[in-house]
Design a protein. Sequence first.
Length: 339
Amino acid sequence: MTKVCILCALFLLQQGTRPVPGPPKPPITEQKSPDADQKKTGATKQGTNSSSGISKSDTTPNPTDQNTSHVTSRNEKSSVRVISLPPVTIERDIPTFVISVVLAIIGIVGIIVGVCTLLTIQKQTRATKDAAEAAADSVRAIRDQTAHIARQALSMRRQTTILRDSLKAAKDSADAAKVGADAAKANIKVLLDSERAWVDVWLHQMGPAIYNLEIRNCGKTVAMITEWSVNPKTYPVPPDGVPEAKDIFTSDGGTVVRRSKLLAPDETPWTADSYNLVAIFGEEQLNRFATRAMGLVYWGIMRYENIAGQPHETYFCYWFNPGTRTLRPVEYPEYNKHT
């Protein structure tokens, strides 16, 4: 490409510097032949004779004859011999030469700039092509990755469905196992309850105002008595006659007796304590209970352990009947319960 640029510049330089012709030289003398001279002399003489033979009355020459004679002499053939050629001098116009050189240089620079621009455009085109190919590769990679992600999502969805079904099956199995465990636990509880110790408590009347605390094991295995608490509670007589169980068994006061006693099943009741109402309240207070001026209840909790060492409790409650002036058991289940 550089060589082509240089050749173009030299061509422009040659076209701009043409040779300038020099000043004109003197003409070359023509050498005529002797025949020509003789012809010229004869023609001169003939003209003289003719003019002398013409009358004097017409002295004016005829222009037509003169022109014809002149044309005739010019049309005659003559030979010319070239001795030498005039010398040719080449002179250059300095301003024109300088302008031509400047224009050539500008042309070369323009060609170089154009070539560089073309090369730059070519590089940019290649870079753009590479970038387009890289973008196309990126798009293909993204498309492949998207397809891979879609496949993974589908696989995860299937796995999630399988896992959900497995969890549902496991939950159903767990529910069935729980039902079975609850049934087994219930069966075990029924079996244990049928074989465990059950302790009942009574306030057995021994006199007009004397009561014994009797404890009996009604179960099939032995029971270990650990402690008990029997507490009297007075209250204003409500319309229904007895306070609610939650107000009785949560009240404070009373004495807790801690004593260990092993009770065999179905043996004679054990008398654990005795209570004299006259000694505890006095005759006047008992009369107030009898006249319904106040109410009286005896409540208690008996704590014991079965043969396996598991703790149990027995709740009981008695109320003072004004009509019979005796303590009577409260028959409602919430006042008499076993754990």
